[in-house]
Design a protein around this ligand. Structure first.
Ligand SMILES: NC(=O)c1ccc[n+]([C@@H]2O[C@H](COP(=O)([O-])OP(=O)(O)OC[C@H]3O[C@@H](n4cnc5c(N)ncnc54)[C@H](O)[C@@H]3O)[C@@H](O)[C@H]2O)c1
Length: 285
C-alpha cells in the first residue's frame, strides 16, 4: 500500500451532525428497547433508518420512532431469522440508492433461560436462529451493499464473556463474538469494520419481565445501577462513526464495571472493603 493510499483512508468526512444525512443504517430489533433508543438517535442526526422487528406494524412500540421520523424511517416488521427478510431489505436499499453506512444486529431473545441439561431443542433452535443466524444473514446480505468506512455492530452481552446458567442464550452470545471476529477479518480489506458491543444489565423489557433476576443482578454492578438503553446506543453510535475508524474485530463491554471487576466487586463488599451499596436503580449516568 502506498503512503497516499494510507492517507486517503485516514481522511474521511465527519459522520456526525449533517454527516449522517443521506446515510442509511439498518437496525434489527429496533422497535423497542436498546434498538429503538439507537434508531431514535440515528433519526435525530438525520440518518435514514431501516428497522427490522417482529413486532407487527400496529404495535404501540413503533409510535415513538414514527413521531421522530421525517420521512427517514423504513419499517420492516419481519423476522431476522428468515433469509427472505434480508433479501427484501437489500432489494429496497438497492432500489432507493441508499448508501449503507451501518448494520446493527441487535435483535435478540433470551428464551426460557434454562440450564444445559434442561434445555429443550425447539427453545435452543429459536434462540440460535434469532441471536446468531439472524446476525449472520444480516452480514451476508448487507455487507455487499457497503463501502469503505461502513460499520457493522453486533450486540452480544457480558454473558458472552463469562458463564451464565441460561445455556442457549449464553452460547448464542459467545458465538456472536466469533462471528464478529470472522466477519471483521473478511471485511477489513474493504474498509468495513465489524465490532461487538457487550451490554451488561440494561433497563428494557428483556430484563424487566423477570423481577427476581433484576433484583439479583442489582448487587453485581459496581456502578450500582442498570444501564439506560441510551447508554448502550451512545457506544453503538461511536462504533458506527468515523471516530472508531481503526477499531475492528473488538468486543466492548458496556456494563458499569461488571466484567472489569470480575468476582471482586462482591468479594470487596463482603469483606467490607468497598462499603455499602447506594440505592440501586436505573439512571442515566
Ligand atoms: N436488556 C439487557 O439486560 C441486555 C443485556 C445484554 C444484552 N442484551 C441484548 O441487547 C439486544 C437488545 O435487547 P433489549 O434489551 O433491547 O430487549 P428487548 O426485548 O426490549 O428488545 C428486543 C427487540 O428485538 C425484537 N426481536 C426479537 N426477536 C426478533 C426476530 N426474530 N426478528 C426481529 N426482531 C426481533 C423484539 O421484538 C424487540 O423489539 C438483544 O440482543 C439482547 O440479547 C440485552
Amino acid at each position: 500500500m502506498t503512503q497516499s493510499a494510507r492517507s486517503q483512508q485516514a481522511t474521511h468526512p465527519p459522520l456526525h451532525g449533517a454527516g449522517w444525512h443521506g446515510k442509511a443504517v439498518v437496525v434489527s430489533g429496533g422497535a423497542q428497547g436498546q434498538g429503538a433508543s439507537l434508531a431514535l438517535q440515528l433519526l435525530q442526526v438525520g440518518a435514514t433508518v431501516h428497522v427490522i422487528d417482529v413486532l407487527p406494524p400496529e404495535h404501540v412500540a413503533w409510535q415513538p420512532l414514527r413521531d421522530a421520523a421525517h420521512g427517514n424511517l423504513f419499517e420492516w416488521p419481519h423476522d431476522v431469522a428468515m433469509p427472505g427478510t434480508w433479501s427484501r431489505v437489500a432489494d429496497a436499499l438497492r432500489e432507493m440508492g441508499h448508501a449503507l453506512q451501518g448494520l446493527v444486529n441487535n435483535a435478540g431473545i433470551t428464551g426460557p433461560r434454562n440450564t444445559a441439561t434442561q434445555t429443550q431443542l425447539p427453545d435452543w433452535e429459536r434462540v440460535m436462529a434469532t441471536n446468531l443466524t439472524g446476525a449472520m444473514l444480516g452480514i451476508r446480505a448487507m455487507a455487499p451493499l457497503m463501502g469503505r468506512g461502513a460499520s457493522i455492530v453486533n450486540i452480544s452481552s457480558t454473558v458472552g464473556m463469562t458463564g451464565y446458567y441460561s445455556c442457549a442464550y449464553t452460547t448464542s452470545k459467545w458465538a456472536l463474538r466469533g462471528l464478529t471476529r470472522s466477519a471483521a477479518l473478511e471485511l477489513a480489506p474493504r474498509g468495513i469494520r465489524v465490532n461487538c458491543v457487550c451490554p451488561g444489565v440494561v433497563d428494557t423489557d428483556m430484563i424487566q419481565t423477570n423481577p427476581a433476576l433484576v433484583a439479583a443482578l442489582q448487587d453485581t454492578i459496581p456502578m450500582q445501577h442498570m444501564a439506560h438503553p441510551s447508554q448502550i446506543a451512545d457506544v453503538v453510535m461511536f462504533l458506527l462513526g468515523p471516530q472508531a475508524s481503526y477499531i475492528t474485530g473488538a468486543d466492548l463491554a458496556v456494563d458499569g464495571g461488571v466484567t472489569g471487576g470480575g468476582i471482586y466487586w462482591s468479594v470487596g463488599r463482603r469483606v467490607g472493603a468497598l462499603g455499602q451499596p447506594e440505592t440501586a436503580s436505573s439512571s442515566k449516568a
